[in-house]
Every structure is written in C-alpha cells, then in structure tokens.
Design a protein. Sequence first.
Lengths: 210, 200
Amino acid sequence: MTCEEFERVLPELGDGHTTEQEAHLKSCSACSDLVADLNAISQQARLLQGSEEPSPWVWNSIEVALQQEGLIRQPHLARSQPPAPLLGWKLRWLVPAAAMFLVAFGVLMFQRGTGQPPVAEQQTPPVGVETAGLQPMAGDDLQLLKTVGERMPSMRAEYEANLRSVNAYIRDAEESADSDPNDEVAQQYLRNAYEQKAMVYEMALDRSLP
Amino acid sequence: MTDAKKQQSNKLSEAEAIERAKLGDAEAFEALYNLHKRRVYSLCLRMTANTAAAEDLTQEAFLQLFRKIGTFRGESAFSTWLHRMSVNVVLMQLRKKGLPVVAIEDTMETEEDAPRKELGADDARLAGSVDRMQLQRSIAALPPGYRMIFLLHDVEGYEHNEIAEMVGCSIGNSKSQLHKARMKLREILKTSRAEKAAKP
C-alpha cells in the first residue's frame, strides 16, 4: 500500500484499520505521524465541549421573555425566600472579591502593556488544597466554594466545576500571552478569562445576598 | 458520593426540573438552563465565532426549548433534544444570512482553503503538543463548511449520519469534510508553531 492509497481511505477509517493499513502505518513514519496528529487534534477538540460560559444577561433576557410570554406562572421563589440567618458578614467579602478580580485584571493588563511582570508572578503562590490530580485552588476560590456550599449546597459542584474551568482557561491564556506579549488575540483571551472569573464571583454574590 | 450516584442524582434533578418547568416553575427553567447553558453557548460561539451572536442564539435556543417543553415526552434524552434544537437554530441563522453551512461539493472550497498535500513532509509531529488556545484560534480560522462539520463531530460528538441529516449533506460528504477540516487544522497548527519558533 502506498501513502497516496492510504490517505485516500483515511476519511473512511474509524478507530480500526485493516491488516494492510496497519502494516503501512508500521512501515511509514509520515503516515503514522499524520494519523497521530489527526487523532491528537480530535481528542483535544473534545475537551472544548461546553468550555465557554455565557454572560449572566443571557439568562436575564430569557427569564424576562418567559415572563412576558406567560410561561412562568409562579414567582421566582429563590428571590422571595428570606435569606438564611447566617452569613451576613461572611458574604460581604464576595463584593470586594468580585471587584478585586475586575481590578486585578485591569492592573494586569496595564502592567503587561508597560512591560512590567504581571501581578500574578509577583504574588506569593496561592495556598490551597490539592485534590487528586487537579490543580490546587487559591484561597479565595476555596472560600467562595465554602460559602456557596453553606448557602446553596446544590450549586457547589457546579461552581467548583466553573472555577476549575475558568482557572484552566486563565492559565492557558496567561501562557499564550506570556509567550508573545504583542499578540492581541492572546491578550483578548486573557481579558475574557478574567472577566469570566469575575462573573462567577458576581453570580455567587447575586444568588447569595438578599 | 460516587460518580454513579452523582449522575443518578443529576438525572433525577433534571427529570424533576422538566416536570416542574411544564407547570411554569421559574426555578425549574433556571435549573435546566444552568445544566445545559455551557454546552449550548460553546456550540453557538464556535459556529459563529462571535460572542454577541452566540449569546443571541443561545437565548433563542433555550426560548424555543422552553416554549415546547410541554411536548417533551422523554422518548429521547433531554440534552439530545436541546442540542439538536441548538444546532438547528444556528443553522437557520447561518442560512438566513446566506452564509455557507457546508460545502456540498469539494470544488466549492477555494484552493487556498483546501489543505495542502504534504505526504512525506519532514515536519515534526503535533501529537502531544496540541495547545488548547491555539486549537480554538485555528478552528475559528477554518472555512465555514469545514468548521461546521468539525465542530459537530469532533467537539460535539455527533455521528456522521446525524450530521448528514442535520446539515443536509451525504454521509460521505460529512466524512470527507471532517477529514479536510482536520488536515487544515494540522496545517494551521504547524504553521503557527513554526512561526513562533522562528521568532527571536
């Protein structure tokens, strides 16, 4: 089997190969590399599923439309319920925390623009609990999850997943931006990543306070 | 809680939310939205490569879903129903704008769009070094026809027969377009890596 013959049938191949195709792959490094590359692209692509978060206004718009169309027949119970008699002073930290992220990424953008090392590199590494195989989370993230767990236990897992995802996004974006500070696309991705993190905190704040 | 029990718990939550949403429960609508918003939005964002358009389409997909939720009988998985609806919403929008959804014939893609033949090329392998950020950018750079099939198959996990039905092409065309999309991505990723390596 020649390389051209192999590539001709490549679109039809799933996970399995015939004996002839296997033999060709073993003997031809170019085709073997090609198949490995295409598989790597496919596998990495699957990780992109559901990796983006819409802004909070999307739900707000949907809710308004549902109310206008009369599809919501009961008032939003979560907002009418009295707040749990606990967390007043503990929840107030969410306000500055959300603001802190917005300010922090603004400072970060400014420092990148002036060539100074990013704020994140100047700070001491965050102290967090390491879950098996996962990146440790910063203290603020852990505090947010603790508060969410106390106030809205059913949402804790979702917030943890959101935070891990957005933290991974920030790490990837920082890496890209650091490798080329003049790359505007990478800078935009980094801004988006920080905005998303600020949104996660804002949503937690919105749900937690009366 | 084990993963199996968590999944069981989530399934019950979704089923309960669906029944309550049929009765007009606002919390139930929001719960369903939160369960599926990331996947729907990510799909819309990658298909349109535009944040504002993606948010509008996400809103439209969920509104269509919620308007029809009274007709959901549970014959298929709720998520399948929702995601099919999302794909249809995006496809309708693209067709309305006259944008190409998928190339019916190979010749519709321009010479520049088509991946180059590089059999026997002496380039380093990509495997093990496909960066997520770079892949996202590369997907956005794909011609619309290639991008649609790639997103539906490799990102969203649809089979070729499902894609063919959704976009109105043959299974063979779907497979061909997917292969070309992957080859084009490989080309873009390698070019990008070579350019980065060449920079001082």
